[in-house]
Write a new protein. Structure first.
Length: 160
């Protein structure tokens, strides 16, 4: 059997779950031979570089998609707000004040627009959650800290 080391290398670099043992079994070569070849050619660094590059491309694609979605969402809410403004302009003030259903519909639509515009991206939410976890860890670290309270004047009166 002729070994294709390039194919084994590519399989290791591009397949996150590929280990030397799995590759050795898959390609019918010894574990030691795969490990020696990988160390000699720097496969680990190539894998790390590949994963970083892939992650960067993924983040860029997701960011672009989220920006496009946010832009479309903003355009739709602008159209809806324009329609609400036209509807309010078309109604007489007397009609608006007497038709509670119309008032509810208008205020409900405005609230929906506000809610839509306040939507945060998943990345923003994850960042906030990470900050909260960091603060919680910091607080946990301070739990055992000693607190000294010193009374300047009148300490004897408070002790009674």
């Amino acid at each position: 059997m002729v070994l294709n080391w390039e194919q084994i290398r590519v399989d290791y670099i591009t397949n996150e779950s590929a280990s030397y043992r799995k590759l050795a079994k898959k390609y019918g070569v010894s574990y030691t031979a795969v490990g020696d070849k990988a160390r000699a050619e720097g496969w680990i660094k190539e894998r790390e570089h590949y994963q970083t590059k892939t992650l960067s491309k993924t983040i860029a694609a997701v960011s672009k998609r989220q920006a496009s979605r946010a832009t479309r969402l903003q355009a739709i809410t602008d159209k809806l707000l324009n329609k609400i403004e036209r509807a309010v302009d078309d109604l007489e003030m007397r009609e608006i004040m007497t038709d509670k259903g119309a008032i509810r519909q208008i205020t409900g639509a405005l609230k929906d627009i506000k809610d839509i515009q306040m939507i945060k991206s998943d990345a923003d939410i994850r960042e906030q959650e990470a900050r909260i976890r960091g603060l919680e860890k910091q607080i946990e670290g301070d739990v055992g800290a000693q607190i000294d309270i010193v009374f300047a004047d009148g300490a004897e009166e408070l002790a009674r």
